[in-house]
Design a protein around this ligand. Structure first.
Ligand SMILES: O=C(O)C1=C[C@@H](OP(=O)(O)O)[C@@H](O)[C@H](O)C1
Ligand SMILES: C=C(OP(=O)(O)O)C(=O)O
Length: 446
């Protein structure tokens, strides 16, 4: 291999749809549920099971980090009555130990959920990750943990890399935190709080919180393992969450499919006027991806939750028309790249609002979407808190992905109907959906 070819970006020719896509796509487990379940199981007073966990970069980093601190995680293939046949992880809690090293990669859930866990360990835990992880906001978690009694060495920027000097226990108590840059700050403190001596009271004091469904997911999952949580949506004070100290149960949990990772497949039905079925779509869920039923209906599809002998499934049928949308995505920010891709192919302009915090996600998603859709002939402008998208006839070209899984899947949606789109580094989808290229080809029958 020559020196120059070493640095050539790997380009994946995005397959075009030969016609309306007709497929059933089984989507692997939710990243957000898997990583919360791992943390809660690791902190429990007894062993537990995760069935059908997501096996991807973010969840394997979470698993490796917990194991580095002494937690036992055994991977098996099971055939239980509850979870069906499939992969299952048995989590065996143990005293949390340092010294240990945690590689967060570029996983928000790992870099935010684990420093409080490390504060409970009995020695230093060093956190490091991808270059981008140094730029993602973490100051809220660091400051809050310090005020709850933790000792943390960082370089003063409020970001990675850092070392949490676990003292074997954490006092806990009341803390004020500005979590407007990431809901994960709140989730992080709540998840470990049952193990703090005094539990925790978290008061958010900044501008509006993003991704509220993800905080609901944290609260629901804490309650499911026996924690006592007071929160705004069930009569508590606005922007205040309280978790009491308590022992957590080891549960047997089957992980829901990742509804945000179902998005590109549903979008395929929408942009080709086809029909895509996603099995095991939960009837009730805190996952933000459930909002796709409403959003993609407004954009021209029709959605039906059907009951099959194996459970519920979502069927999205495209009408052949794609409409623009004016929508506030603050609650469901991680859906923005996929919605932007569909909006670029619509018959009218779109305005996506409420997502300024996406500038600090895996990449600056607002800049990346603007740049890459425009490179294909699009007409996208950034606003203060989102994107304005005026559909134009698009042409082929390279769609750069900036190490962002959702950029790769968004570009693939455009490539279904625009000839000659090449996705840079499609392997970056391994963050949450390692099998994406094969699943995409299988959906298309190519
Ligand atoms: O808690 C979680 O599992 C997540 C919360 C959200 O983060 P932000 O609140 O930082 O957007 C979301 O975008 C991310 O993909 C997953
Ligand atoms: C923002 C995302 O991930 P993270 O958990 O790394 O924040 C995402 O998956 O869209």
């Amino acid at each position: 291999m020559t020196e120059s070819s070493v640095h050539e970006p790997v380009l994946w020719p995005a397959p075009r749809a030969g016609g309306p896509v007709e497929a059933t796509v089984t989507v692997p487990g939710s990243k957000s549920v898997t990583n919360r379940a791992l943390v809660l199981a690791a902190l429990a007073a007894e062993p537990g099971w995760l069935r059908r966990p997501l096996r991807s970069r973010d969840t394997l980093l979470m698993s490796a980090a917990l194991q580095a601190m002494g937690v036992g995680i055994e991977e098996t293939v099971s055939s239980s009555t509850t979870g069906g046949k499939g992969e299952a992880w048995r989590v065996i809690p143990a005293g949390l130990h340092g010294p240990a090293t945690v590689d967060v990669g570029n996983a928000g859930t790992v870099m935010r959920f684990l420093p409080p866990v490390a504060a409970l360990a009995d020695g230093p835990v060093r956190f490091d990750g991808d270059p981008r992880s140094y730029e993602r906001p973490l100051g809220g978690v660091i400051g809050a943990l310090r005020s709850l009694g933790a000792r943390i060495d960082d370089d003063g920027r409020g970001a990675l890399p850092l070392t949490v000097h676990g003292g074997g226990a954490l006092e806990g108590g009341s803390v004020r935190i500005d979590a407007s840059s990431s809901s994960q700050f709140v989730s992080s403190l709540l998840l470990s709080a049952p193990c703090f001596n005094q539990g925790v009271e978290v008061r958010h004091v900044g501008s509006a919180l993003p991704s509220m469904p993800h905080i609901r997911m944290t609260v629901d999952m804490l309650r499911a393992v026996g924690a006592q949580v007071d929160e705004p949506e069930t009569g508590g004070e606005p922007d205040v969450w309280r978790v009491s100290r308590s022992a957590l149960l080891g549960r047997d949990l089957t992980i829901e499919p990742d509804l945000s990772n179902a998005q590109p497949f549903l979008a395929a039905a929408l942009v080709t006027g086809g029909r895509v079925t996603i099995p095991d779509w939960p009837e009730r869920t805190t996952q933000p991806g459930d909002a796709l039923r409403r959003i993609f209906t407004e954009m021209g599809g029709s959605c039906e939750l059907t009951t099959t002998p194996d459970g519920t499934a979502l069927v999205l049928t495209g009408s052949g028309r794609i409409h623009g949308i004016d929508v506030d995505l603050r609650e469901v920010g991680e859906l923005t790249p996929g919605i932007a891709a569909v909006a670029a192919l619509a018959d009218s302009p779109s305005t996506l609002r409420g997502v300024a915090h996406l500038r600090l996600h895996e990449t600056d998603r607002l800049a990346a979407l603007t740049e890459e859709i425009n490179r294909l002939g699009g007409d996208v402008t950034e606003t203060e808190d989102g994107l304005h998208i005026r559909p134009r006839p698009l042409h082929g070209g390279t769609f750069r992905t900036y190490d962002d899984h959702r950029m790769a899947t968004a570009g693939s949606v455009i490539g279904l109907v625009v000839p000659g789109v090449r996705i840079e580094n499609v392997e970056t989808t391994a963050k949450t959906l390692p099998d994406f290229p094969r699943m995409w080809a299988e959906m298309l029958g190519v």
